[in-house]
Design a protein around this ligand. Structure first.
Ligand SMILES: [Ca+2]
Ligand SMILES: [Ca+2]
Length: 494
């Protein structure tokens, strides 16, 4: 999709901007390019995060060693739409009201006018902006954001041919966990990454912001067969505690997709599901590798900031849960790497293990590009910590799922409070699986108080227009209706 025929008002705006920004022209060549790699539904089952012992992600592992590996990073919300809206507009769900899933093409114009998306921000600051694949959740590309956007959906696609192995629920195209026999080039993630490598091979006259959205390991868990072959049976299951739900408040329990867990168990399919997930993780990694190799071979190899992130984590049976949509470690923790190729101090791998939110990406990229963000933007720049990982953060990560449900994650602790007062508290130094809810234990009251001080004050109402109603989580806007379940929260913990 090309935007070379810009509408007249936009040309006027751009011309005005260029005139106003003339004094900054000398600075522009010093601005780094940005390679923004968005991954869909990837949890910590990667080599560089160590969430699964068999995970093979050599390309991202190398990237993590070159850059800064944020090993305790968390999304703003464990769902594609609210997570991406928070990150791309730089505003927490409890300030925007975008708690749930939205079709942004159904928004009224005024709903987004207070916000400037990250690509729009870079474009307004003189960058050429390129995008492909899934960046926003349901927002059609517009010339306000993109100089050029590759839309794979508009292209003719060869039908997928599936191997006989693997698992599929009936004829569902979504609940499909099978290897494909097509050439790599037939897959959307390959096509979208190819657009990225092509942009990196071009000669650019101004800095660029290049966003590539890789859709695997999102459902369906289908990937080329060679990536399934990396994982011979059996795949090691995650640690799961029987009756883990007993000390979880009702709202948290209601978030677990126990039906999927039961179905996979009755079908004897968990091994195939996990294997397919790992195959998709490695397939995504392969495409990340193509982008990084293209960057290294380009004239932009030492003046580009690479940021790689996933929109949320994923549960594969822990707490009898499947997918995202919950406030536990596996669903909020994400891969997050920043490699500033201008930084030559790369002799030692840099790891930051303090709790950090993806909300900080907006201000960090702006800071590294010496640009001032709009006043409303939440979060803080991570650039000081990237240079000196011992510097403490001012704020832990906060993750929202529905109005009134929040979890706070710092270096060693997670504290969750649901809309009706239900609580969870976990000590990660002793309980990385979050099996033992300590919230009712007076011994840890000080930790609870400290973490609770970061909970949002004065959350805004939920935005209703454009909402996809299937996805509204149990929350202040959709309370639990079964009274038996909602009482008495405080006494249920421990
Ligand atoms: Ca997602
Ligand atoms: Ca438990």
């Amino acid at each position: 999709m090309y935007f070379d025929k810009l509408p007249a008002p936009l040309i006027t705006i751009l011309a005005t901007f260029q005139a106003v920004g003339f004094l900054q022209a000398e600075e522009l060549p010093a601005r780094p390019n940005v390679l923004f790699i968005a991954i869909d539904d990837m949890n910590d089952w990667t080599g560089f995060l160590g969430g699964h012992p068999q995970a093979q992600t050599p390309h991202m592992d190398r990237l993590a060693k070159k850059g800064v590996n944020f090993t305790n990073a968390h999304c703003s919300a464990p769902g594609c739409s609210p997570s991406r809206n928070a990150l791309l507009y730089g505003v927490e769900p409890f300030k925007s009201g975008l708690y749930a899933f939205y079709d942004q093409d159904k928004f009224s114009k005024s709903q987004l006018e207070d916000y400037t998306s990250l690509p729009e921000f870079f474009k307004n600051n003189g960058y050429a902006t390129f995008g492909s694949g899934k960046i926003h959740h349901r927002r059609n590309p517009t010339p306000v954001e993109w100089t050029e956007f590759y839309d794979h959906k508009a292209k003719k696609r060869n039908p997928m041919i599936f191997d006989d192995s693997g698992y599929r629920q009936g004829k569902s195209s979504k609940m499909n966990f099978k290897p494909t026999l097509n050439p790599l080039e037939d897959h959307n993630d390959y096509k979208n990454s190819s657009f990225g490598t092509e942009i990196l091979s071009r000669e650019h006259t101004k800095p660029f912001f290049l966003a590539v959205g890789i859709v695997k390991p999102h459902l369906a868990f289908v990937a080329p067969k060679q990536f399934f072959d990396l994982y011979p049976d059996p795949v090691k299951p995650p640690r799961i505690r029987v009756k883990d739900h007993e000390d979880i408040p009702a709202v948290g329990r209601a978030m677990a997709k126990v039906k999927d867990d039961k179905r996979f168990k009755s079908d004897g399919a968990w091994n195939e599901v996990r294997r397919a997930y790992l195959a998709c993780v490695s397939w995504a990694d392969y495409n990340v590798g193509r982008l990084i190799e293209a960057l290294k071979a380009s004239p932009y190899a030492d003046n580009t900031v690479v940021v790689l992130w996933s929109d949320h984590g994923y549960a594969l049976g822990e707490k009898n849960h499947f997918r995202k949509f919950a406030l536990w470690e596996e669903t909020t923790r994400v891969p997050f790497i920043i490699w500033d190729t201008r930084d030559q101090n790369t002799k030692e791998a840099r790891v930051i293990d303090d709790g950090v939110s993806l909300i900080n990406i907006y201000k960090t990229l702006a800071d590294l590009s010496r640009l001032k963000t709009p006043d409303y933007v939440d979060g803080f720049s991570l650039a000081p910590q990237m240079l000196d990982p011992s510097k403490p953060f001012t704020k832990p990560a906060i993750c929202s799922w529905g109005r009134g449900n929040y979890t706070v994650r710092d270096k060693d602790w997670r504290y969750t409070r649901y809309y009706n007062g239900g609580e969870e508290l976990y000590h990660h130094l002793k309980d990385s699986d979050e099996w033992t809810n300590l919230s009712a234990n007076p011994k840890y009251a000080a930790h609870k108080k400290r973490l609770a001080s970061y909970l949002p004050v004065g959350e805004v109402p939920m935005v209703k227009k454009g909402i996809e109603t299937w996805s509204v989580p149990v929350s202040a806007d959709k309370p639990l209706t079964n009274k038996k379940k909602t009482e008495p929260e405080s006494t249920k913990n421990n």
